[in-house]
Design a protein around this ligand. Sequence first.
Ligand SMILES: [Mn+2]
Length: 349
Amino acid sequence: MKLTFRYYGPQDSIPLSYVRQIPGLSGVVTSVYDVKAGELWPRESLSSLRKLCQENGLSMEVIESIPVPEDIKLGKPTRDHYIDVYAENLRRCAEVGVRCVCYNFMPVFDWIRTDLTHQNPDGSHSLSYEAGELKKMNPKHLHLPGWDESYRADELEGLLSEYQGMSHEKLRENLVYFLNRLSPTLDETGIDMAIHPDDPPWDVFGLPRIISSEEDLDALFHAVPSPHNGLTLCVGSLGENPHNDVVHMAAKYAEEKRVFFAHLRNVKWEKGDGSFVESGHQSAMGSLDMGAIVQALVDHGFDGYVRPDHGRNIWGEAGKPGYGLYDRALGCAYISGLFEMAEKHKSNK
Ligand SMILES: [Mn+2]
């Protein structure tokens, strides 16, 4: 596997000169953050990002993400134009050595939490989700830091009304259309498209979500069998739903060569009503068996990109919730330890 770290570009509070000191790291996962969804990424932005990475001895082979414009998710007549722009952005990424693009297909909102500074008993802070709190939130006034794309209140209102009546089936059709139209570009560039599961993996605010379960993933890979159509196995997102058997999914999709990228983080289920707290990475801190997940990936031939996902905010570190240096660096150390042991105990299943 290739261990990577998310980097928000030159505006990130964590410099690459620090990132490069994390043991075992080979590269960063980044994006062009100052261009709206649906617009072309300047070649200069990509080449200057790559230069920054190279100067620090880090590769830049994964982009997270190129946001998918809502017109594509909605299946509007303008979607062909936006898919063509997306394809051109993929070509430009390929020109600077990008191999894998993480994206999601969640309508309007990216990941959702109800608290970004949940205090843990040890004094650290985590992102958390409480089912009861979500019911009190107004989707028309929602913005969370770290979203790849967000909208003004007036845009949100219009968008939410456009999604009225959107079914799971229709949204799935729109995703399949998007991937099929991108297919020649994927073959030409060799780029792997790694869809990120819905976070949390269920419908929110009445908006349908279609990448939440094994059944959803099977349907996607069946509909678009291209070898470039795969998954960002975000074990935290999938694992937020206790009904998702993440160890089984890791084994199955690694075996099927659908896992291009893995986000490894742990969650602790609370109350049995869908509530959860993002715990530290170690199995003992949360509800997921991280060792078994990594062993399943390794045993089934996974050789893709990995990164720690959100970390807790610890040791008084300020900054973007979930994206501090310290706990994610601890996550890297833990993850590389798990892979070292898993490789030693690899069984050829
Ligand atoms: Mn993730």
